[in-house]
Design a protein around this ligand. Structure first.
Ligand code: 4AZ
Length: 276
């Protein structure tokens, strides 16, 4: 696949999973100094809806097996990116992953606090297109409910939180440098919702994907610096206290002219409602 994170895990499989530091795969390191890219650590209790997806079998135990992010939208319902459930990320078909879990209430992946809840069911958006990256969402149903107050509301169609210029924040345990430095604690970066035209220009169609305004949100800063990165995929983009996006893709991390691209929740709500 095209995403550096995916390429790392695909080739490496479980052997590499145990390694503390992953090799640099992205050709151009981001300029930023700290997370997600250009953010900082946050308390997990302040964002209980930000969860980690884990498989120790696939990714080793050093960081609780974290490999993607997720977002709690109901006590047994977690959203993530469809591509996080794919072979390019997991290294094997999803059906071969026997210990897929959601980790909630744990900011520090080396700690043992919070809850680890097995995933009972996975729905992958049948309209997900791995070439354009459109419709990059999956719904996980948990075996047990998370505590009350864990869920974040989802911004519906027409919500002003989607408007360009809106202040937003992205959360994750992913690469903080663009060079394979995976965070041990939950980080967040402030970004802004950018006009669709910015991403339409940046991503008119290439091996990375094609920006499609109906199903994607463009966010970051015009001069780069603050962004999501490898390992943040599936995690939340929040504005006005509501979920507007899931970390999906982009070209590199924190680069001027290459904003982050997120799954637009209002754009996939219809297909999610109809899931069987
Ligand atoms: C990834 O590979 C990825 N800068 C996630 C987010 C971004 C780029 C790549 C956005 O998971």
């Amino acid at each position: 696949m095209r995403r550096p994170f995916a390429r790392v895990w695909t080739g490496a499989l479980a052997l590499m999973a145990a390694a503390a530091a992953l090799p640099l795969v992205s050709p151009i390191p981001a300029s930023a100094d700290s997370v997600v890219i250009g953010g900082g650590p946050v308390r997990a209790s302040d964002s209980p809806w930000a969860v980690a997806l884990s498989s120790r079998d696939r990714f080793g135990g050093t960081r609780s097996g974290q490999f993607c992010g997720g977002v709690v939208i109901g006590r047994t319902t977690v959203l993530t990116a469809a591509h996080c459930m794919g072979r390019d990320v997991l290294g094997v078909p999803l059906s071969d992953v026997e210990d897929l879990k959601v980790i909630a209430g744990r900011g520090d992946l080396r700690a043992a606090d919070g809850a680890e809840i097995p995933v009972r069911r996975v729905w992958i958006n049948p309209e997900y297109d791995s070439y354009t990256n459109s419709g990059d969402v999956a719904v996980l149903t948990l075996a047990e409910p998370l505590p009350k107050g864990s869920a974040i509301p989802v911004a519906g169609q027409g919500d002003p939180a989607y408007e360009a210029g809106t202040a937003a924040a992205v959360y994750g345990w992913g690469d903080t440098t663009g060079s394979g430095t995976y965070a041990r604690t939950l980080h967040s970066a402030r970004v802004q919702v950018l006009a669709d035209a910015v991403c339409e220009k940046a991503y008119p169609g290439s091996v990375d994907g094609t920006y499609t305004a109906a199903t994607m949100v463009c966010a970051g800063e015009l001069d780069g610096r603050r962004d999501a990165c490898q390992g943040d995929s599936g995690g939340p983009l929040v504005a006005h206290g509501r979920l507007i996006g899931l970390v999906s893709w982009g070209s590199g991390c924190g680069r001027a002219g290459s904003p982050g691209v997120y799954t637009r929740l209002s754009g996939v709500a219809g297909v999610m409602r109809g899931r069987g």
